[in-house]
Write a protein of this length. Structure first.
Length: 59
């Protein structure tokens, strides 16, 4: 019976990991892709502007 208690945590973690990967793959693309891309682009632009000491945008 010790082998069951030894194997249970890795099996549970593997199942959760597989579920996480499946969820990530299924959420890629779709109708919200443009909105998500725009949000990432805006966040990167804000980070870039904050990093520049004069606050000017990159060309």
């Amino acid at each position: 019976m010790e082998y069951v208690s030894a194997l249970l945590p890795p099996v549970v973690m593997a199942a959760f990991f597989i579920a996480l990967v499946v969820t990530i793959v299924k959420s890629q693309g779709g109708p919200n892709k443009a909105k998500e891309d725009a949000a990432v682009d805006a966040a990167l632009a804000r980070a870039e502007a904050a990093r520049r000491p004069d606050g000017s945008a990159a060309s």
